[in-house]
Ligand binder design. Structure first.
Ligand SMILES: NC(=O)c1ccc[n+]([C@@H]2O[C@H](COP(=O)([O-])OP(=O)(O)OC[C@H]3O[C@@H](n4cnc5c(N)ncnc54)[C@H](OP(=O)(O)O)[C@@H]3O)[C@@H](O)[C@H]2O)c1
Length: 145
């Protein structure tokens, strides 16, 4: 892409990238990496006609919940992971592609998800980690993981 001076990259992070995520600590840290890496790479590539966009979905209805090795999680998950609170995957994909074609640096899928991520940026890191821990614990102890 750099050689031909043309291209666009869409990386997928998560709303988990925007604060520490106790009880899914490694997952959240890898998503912070994807966000930071994408934002840095976008700067490195901007003079070469290559755009980098980072899509951060919140809970989305995919095979993700079936794929974590816990039987029934896809249907039984509660709290922020409840099936009723997940965005349809086609909507999230559309948001990502719209951002990619608009050359945006990053996009968070869903207004409420964006608001929470913004609030997390303003809050002290410790407060943000504590609140996130409560939410993740609730999701992971009510019959999910
Ligand atoms: N679902 C959510 O709530 C949610 C929220 C935030 C972020 N995300 C992120 O969205 C991304 C996609 O997840 P998803 O929700 O669409 O989950 P998914 O339905 O489980 O899809 C995961 C995809 O990754 C592929 N994959 C897994 N391991 C791979 C490997 N080693 N090499 C190449 N491909 C591999 C799988 O391919 P096969 O089918 O061939 O195995 C599958 O197509 C992930 O980065 C996830 O962290 C998901």
């Amino acid at each position: 892409m750099k050689k031909r001076r043309k291209g666009c990259i869409l990386n997928v992070a998560s709303t988990a990238a925007y604060q520490p995520t106790p009880f899914t600590a490694v997952y959240g840290a890898t998503k912070s990496y994807v966000l930071s890496f994408s934002e840095a790479l976008a700067q490195e590539m901007k003079d070469y006609g290559v755009s980098v966009t980072c899509l951060s979905p919140g809970p989305t209805d995919t095979n993700f919940f079936a794929g974590v090795g816990v039987e029934g999680l896809a249907e039984k998950a509660r709290g922020i992971w409840a099936k009723s609170r997940r965005m349809p995957s086609c909507k999230v994909a559309e948001i990502g592609l719209d951002a990619l074609f608009a050359g945006k640096l990053s996009v968070i899928a869903g207004g409420l998800n964006a608001l929470v991520a913004f609030a997390n940026r303003l809050a002290p890191r410790k407060t943000s980690a504590r609140l996130s821990g409560k939410v993740m614990k609730q999701a992971s102890t009510r019959g999910s993981v």
